[in-house]
Design a protein around this ligand. Structure first.
Ligand SMILES: NC(=O)c1ccc[n+]([C@@H]2O[C@H](COP(=O)([O-])OP(=O)(O)OC[C@H]3O[C@@H](n4cnc5c(N)ncnc54)[C@H](OP(=O)(O)O)[C@@H]3O)[C@@H](O)[C@H]2O)c1
Length: 227
């Protein structure tokens, strides 16, 4: 599929290369260095191209948003507007001094980003593992948590997690993404499926021990990937 990359640094280039190995076409954008984007695209093959952030979103089936938190507004400005596209949010809310921004109980980094990306379907994913882990430990049964409110789009994200060589772990609706932010017990953890189940309290049958989660979208979701 066509995958747009907004933010072609450590995370964007690493995942781009992994997806290219599975035959996907990458549309790399958002770098100060146009030639770097061109080189990346050439390396990835499959018709991959260097594009603008607007094109990365409008010409792709799904988008990886991997920009520094301090550059979120600039990237969104360059994208323009969204038209129902699915966005995988890999960002972590570090400020310019690398302090983690905290959010009120009823908010989180992805929910605040979703409000800024009106008309996008935002799914938090790929924020919990280091770029080096993604690069060096693909194919080693390590879990990638993802959280979002759009069941069908989450299936696509799960497929892309598998295509990158990791094990998708459906962490619930977008608000549950708060549980994979910096400082949580899911952050920077290289977990097997069993370890992730123990950590989240979910059984092998997918019986979530998450009493507080009652949204219809959560109930609607199918989470075979956690089994
Ligand atoms: N690195 C990790 O291990 C890791 C792991 C999980 C999540 N994350 C999160 O993923 C996001 C990206 O992290 P990263 O390490 O990949 O960052 P990065 O290597 O610094 O890459 C950021 C990309 O955005 C581009 N960029 C930044 N400001 C720009 C601007 N004003 N105009 C145009 N391009 C601009 C950079 O351009 P240049 O190419 O010119 O530098 C670079 O391509 C962050 O939110 C981070 O917290 C990172």
């Amino acid at each position: 599929m066509n995958i747009g990359i907004v933010g072609s640094g450590n995370i964007g280039s690493t995942l781009g290369r992994l997806w290219a190995n599975k035959g996907h076409k990458l549309l790399f954008s958002f770098s100060h260095d146009e030639e770097k984007l061109e080189r990346l695209a050439q390396e990835c093959g499959n018709g991959s191209r260097a594009v603008t952030p607007y094109e990365a979103v409008s010409l792709s089936e799904i988008v990886l948003f991997s920009v520094p938190w301090t550059q979120v507004d600039e990237a969104i400005k360059q994208i323009g507007r969204f038209n129902g596209e699915t966005v995988m949010d890999a960002t972590n809310p570090y400020d310019a001094e690398m302090h983690v921004q905290t959010f009120p109980e009823n908010d989180s980094s992805s929910e605040s980003l979703a409000k800024k990306m009106e008309d996008a379907k935002l799914i938090k994913a790929f924020n919990t593992l280091r770029a080096e882990t993604l690069r060096d430990h693909s194919g080693q049964e390590i879990v990638v948590f993802y959280a979002g409110d759009h069941p069908l789009m989450k299936k696509k994200v799960a497929q892309l997690i598998e295509d990158a060589g990791f094990v998708p772990y459906d962490a619930g609706p977008l608000r549950e993404g708060k549980k994979q932010e910096p400082g949580t017990d899911r952050y920077l953890k290289e977990l097997t499926l069993e370890e992730a189940r123990r950590l989240t309290g979910e059984s092998a049958e997918g019986e979530a021990v998450r009493g507080e989660v009652e949204s219809p979208q959560w109930q609607e979701r199918s989470s075979p990937t956690n089994r």
